[in-house]
Design a protein around this ligand. Structure first.
Ligand SMILES: C[S@@+](CC[C@H](N)C(=O)[O-])C[C@H]1O[C@@H](n2cnc3c(N)ncnc32)[C@H](O)[C@@H]1O
Length: 341
């Protein structure tokens, strides 16, 4: 189903699309290329994102794809993310790569604070058009001389309060996630051989795994978010670590099997809860361990239940539980799941 941002954009574009001389157009901030299905000449439209799976989909729709905006465009569409810092960083970048006479279109849901975001930028840069629709807003800005250069810093990696390189467009950028911390205590001294870190983010679990388990021979970090993948490379300087920018989709045909999988699985894609995504992580973990292998996972309490895990594993052991999290060691993948590959 088309998202609200997509419906809003489509209505706006059919009624108010800037018509004069659009040669090149870029989209930043969005992980939903299907929101821009109404754009014609997709071969002239760049879809720019960190997310490998979103880029794959954008490519299949006919967009030109990239992880970075570094070309001039006549129109740049910024779809707001939930992070204000990310939005300001992207606005600064968009401003930099807007051709003379070009326009920036900002589209955002109320849920991510579009009203206050537009209000704040209008102090420096009043919008030409603002449309209120579908629980959000869309606004158009004509090119001015650079006003938001001071926000370019949000595109850089910063060292967070726990000493790791991160950026606002990745999971738990300001500090180590509490659930991940619980997981590292559970697997300390228990890991050996070849380990996979699924959805490795900026690398906290792997860095700790390597520090706390000297019997690990190799650890492979798999991560969908390109910026997080780059940050993890900056955070981990250990020859045993291998880094893969990959989504779960890319792992479907992976033949490698591991002694251990470590994982703090995501359960949101964008804003809505996405239990399907969480289940895919459990399923892939179960597939990627060898027959004697172990999966070490942490869950936010109430999102997924211990009993559901028994659909995938014969042996489910809860190692830690409090009101917020539970940490499990999962063994003996169910035969039918295991044979799936
Ligand atoms: C809850 S975070 C855990 C991050 C890190 N392991 C930690 O403990 O701090 C889940 C991670 O999974 C990544 N992710 C989400 N969907 C993915 C997918 N389809 N394939 C691979 N990684 C994905 C997210 O980008 C995020 O970094």
């Amino acid at each position: 189903m088309q998202s609200l941002a997509g419906q809003r954009f489509e209505t706006f574009w059919s009624q108010l699309a800037p018509t004069n001389n659009i040669k090149k157009l870029a989209i930043v901030g969005s992980e939903r290329p299907q929101n821009f299905g109404c754009l014609r000449n997709k071969h002239l439209c760049h879809f720019i994102s960190n997310a490998k799976d979103a880029l794959r989909e954008a490519k299949s729709l006919g967009f030109v794809i990239s992880t970075i905006l570094n070309n001039y465009n006549d129109i740049i569409i910024l779809e707001l993310t939930k992070s204000k810092e990310t939005n300001l960083g992207l606005l600064a970048l968009a401003e930099e790569y807007l051709s003379d006479g070009g326009k920036i279109i900002i589209n955002g849901d109320n849920q991510v604070g579009v009203k206050s975001f537009l209000k704040n930028i209008s102090k420096l840069w009043p919008a030409d058009i603002t449309v209120i629709k579908k629980k959000g807003r869309i606004a158009v800005y004509k090119k001015k001389t650079k006003l938001f250069g001071h926000c370019r810093k949000y595109q850089d990696f910063q060292i967070n309060r726990d000493g790791y390189y991160t950026r606002s467009d990745m999971f738990s950028p300001k500090e180590v996630d509490k659930g991940s911390q619980k997981l590292t205590s559970a697997f300390s001294t228990k890991l050996f051989g070849e380990v996979a870190d699924l959805g490795a983010g900026w690398g906290y679990l792997s860095k700790e795994a390597l520090r706390l388990n000297d019997k690990i021979t190799k650890i492979t970090l798999f991560e969908n978010n390109y910026a997080a993948y780059l940050a993890s490379k900056k955070n981990i300087a250990d020859k045993r670590a291998t880094f893969r920018w990959a989504s779960l989709e890319d792992l479907k045909n992976l033949k490698l099997r591991f002694n251990h999988v470590i994982c703090n699985p995501p359960f949101h894609s964008g804003h809505p809860k996405d239990i399907g995504l969480l289940r895919s992580f459990i399923f892939q973990s179960c597939r990627l361990i060898n027959r004697q292998g172990n999966v070490w996972m942490v869950f936010v309490s109430g999102v997924y239940s211990e009993s559901e895990l028994k659909e995938y594993f014969d042996n489910v052991k809860v190692l830690y539980k409090d009101s917020q999290y539970f940490v499990c060691r999962l063994m003996k993948p169910k035969a039918k799941r295991y044979e799936y590959d």
